[in-house]
Design a protein around this ligand. Structure first.
Ligand code: PEP
Length: 248
């Protein structure tokens, strides 16, 4: 389906990078450089301790912000966790859920990821639900089966919820490896995800691609009809590179 009605979205995932001095330069660069970007929503998902700094430096800039994870619980005795309402308190608009690094290193299941998405929606945030297959799964021809399994509990949240979230397709083999999926490879999976969303009454949901996106490959990825933008890791740590992706 042609994506004329879906506004592009580019989100930076800083992962566990940054400190006050570095962030302040990066955020200032985004604040100034965002003027060159049109027709695209731009956001950064930063480590929890820097949410206040990010809010202070980006407020009113046109660049929105969010976090990289959220608790599935509303509040209570969950030491070390961060509630969606706390993210909303720092005016977060977005939160990543189910990033492959959370699934791999923290054992997040598909059900937990869907519960986190529901918690985020409950606090008025937009969850960016990450899905994607490993290299081994891709080579075994299991990409669609893996995506189906990961999406199932999210689709079960229903059309009203689905229409308020974003999906990010991130093949694990392309994250941080410098080896992006080709536009055609990504489009094939995006079209598949779109068909599942359409069947669930949410065909207009934005589906981002993530995995080694840079200024040099963004335009060819964004030319694909079902790719609505990008989730960007490494390249989001350099303001000019990140903004060149958003401008692509
Ligand atoms: C990511 O962390 O979501 C990601 C896509 O990383 P990179 O752009 O560095 O591959």
């Amino acid at each position: 389906m042609v994506n004329s009605s879906r506004k592009r979205l580019v989100i930076g995932n800083w992962k566990m990078h940054g400190d006050s001095a570095f962030n302040s330069q990066l955020l200032a660069g985004l604040r100034t450089g965002i003027a060159q970007v049109q027709h695209c929503d731009v956001a950064v998902c930063v480590p929890f301790p820097y949410l206040y700094q990010t809010q202070s430096l980006l407020e009113g800039s046109g660049v929105s912000w969010g976090a990289q994870d959220v608790s599935q619980h509303e509040k209570g005795a969950y030491t070390g966790e961060t509630a969606a309402s706390m993210l909303a308190d720092f005016a977060c608009r977005w939160v990543l859920v189910g990033h492959s690094e959370r699934r791999t290193y923290h054992g997040e299941t598909d059900a937990v990821v869907a519960a986190k998405a529901a918690a985020a929606l409950g606090a008025g945030l937009t969850p960016v639900v990450c899905v994607g297959e490993t290299l081994q799964e891709q080579e075994a021809g299991q990409t669609q089966a893996v995506i189906d399994r990961q999406l199932a509990p999210v689709l079960a949240l229903g059309a009203e919820a689905l229409n308020r979230l974003v999906i990010a397709y991130e093949p694990v083999w392309a994250i941080g490896t410098g080896r992006s999926a080709t536009p055609e490879q990504a489009q094939e999976v995006h079209a598949f995800i779109r068909s599942r969303l359409e069947a669930a009454g949410a065909g207009a949901v934005r589906v981002l691609y993530g995995g080694s996106v840079k200024g040099s490959n963004a335009a060819s990825l964004f030319a694909m009809p079902d790719i609505d933008g990008a989730l960007v890791g490494g390249a989001s740590l350099v303001a000019s590179e990140f903004l060149s992706i958003a401008a692509a």
